[in-house]
Design a binder for this molecule. Structure first.
Ligand code: AMP
Length: 283
């Protein structure tokens, strides 16, 4: 595995692979790898010839009061884990390589970025995401890129970006990888002390409770959400949001008549955590 810091080096590596007719896969990450990241890499490893992983804590997707400065960073450990997964190129640029002096372009995707995490984090969160994803697609020119369903809204944003800008990359979404007790894996789980770690299991349990209701035929969104609210309440968690929205458009849903995203965000101890389940209308 090669660790490279410059756009020119990544491009050279990709060019060589493409010249030999190889396919190129990309996994975008902010590092602090866990099984979620490694699962994306394994999927990509199975399906592409040259596997590029980007490791970049993207400053433009953090709000001014968010955790950019304390976000967990351990490149040495990440590099060892990536190498074990058969990654070919680890692209770990400095911020100035991605945002040089004079950088002024921002991609804004309307509509789906203004709700859920777009409403509860900084309004510019998804501008930062869309812009850095577009740049990394421009730098690596992958045939396929892998994203985690854990960040369901991000997957929708990236799919919209690709469609609206005619980017020639296939997007694959990978199911959320969880701890044994159901907590969605996240780099931010390291912020949880023992008590908060126990409390955090309520997020997935709340989504489970709502999903069971839906699977038993409940169609009323408020009743489905109430089941989740009850579990969160018992755990002493006040969510930043708990919403049922159309799985494609993210419009609010009052009755479960097509596939819907049940999404939650909450502060638990020192962490802000998100999770979601896809509720199938046909189940
Ligand atoms: P991050 O480093 O948190 O920006 O995540 C990099 C990629 O890994 C994104 O596509 C995430 O959606 C994905 N990811 C993060 N956590 C998980 C998880 N628990 N299961 C599956 N994918 C994940």
């Amino acid at each position: 595995m090669r660790i490279v810091r410059t756009i020119a080096e990544v491009r050279a590596g990709v060019r060589d692979a493409k010249r030999q007719g190889q396919s190129v896969g990309l996994v975008l990450t902010m590092g602090a790898f866990h099984e979620g990241h490694l699962t994306l890499m394994r999927e990509a490893r199975k399906n592409t010839d040259l596997l590029v992983v980007s490791l970049f804590v993207n400053p433009t997707q953090f709000g001014p009061t968010e955790d950019l400065s304390r976000y967990p960073r351990d490149e040495e450990r990440d590099a060892a884990l990536a190498e074990r997964e058969g990654v070919d190129i680890l692209f770990a640029p400095e911020p100035a390589e991605i945002y040089p002096e004079g950088f002024v372009t921002t991609i804004h995707i309307a509509g789906i970025t203004e709700v859920l995490d777009g409403a509860s984090r900084s309004a510019h969160h998804f501008d930062g995401v869309a812009t850095v994803v577009a740049k990394l697609f421009g730098i690596v020119a992958p045939d396929v890129a892998y994203f985690g369903q854990k960040d369901a809204q991000q997957v929708l944003v990236v799919r919209r970006l690709v469609r609206d800008l005619n980017l020639d990359v296939r997007i694959e979404a990978v199911p959320t990888v969880r701890e044994a007790d159901g907590l969605a894996m996240s780099s931010r789980n390291v912020y949880l002390d023992a008590a908060a770690r126990r409390q955090a299991t309520a997020l997935n349990r709340a989504l489970d409770a709502a999903q069971v209701l839906a699977e038993n035929g409940e169609r009323d969104a408020e009743r489905i959400l109430d089941a989740a609210r009850a579990v969160l309440g018992d755990a002493g968690i006040e969510p930043e949001y708990l919403e049922l929205r159309d799985a494609e458009t993210l419009q609010p849903v009052t009755r479960l008549e097509s596939d819907a995203l049940l999404a939650v965000a909450a502060r638990v101890g020192a962490a802000r955590l998100i999770d979601n389940h896809l509720l199938r209308a046909s189940s």
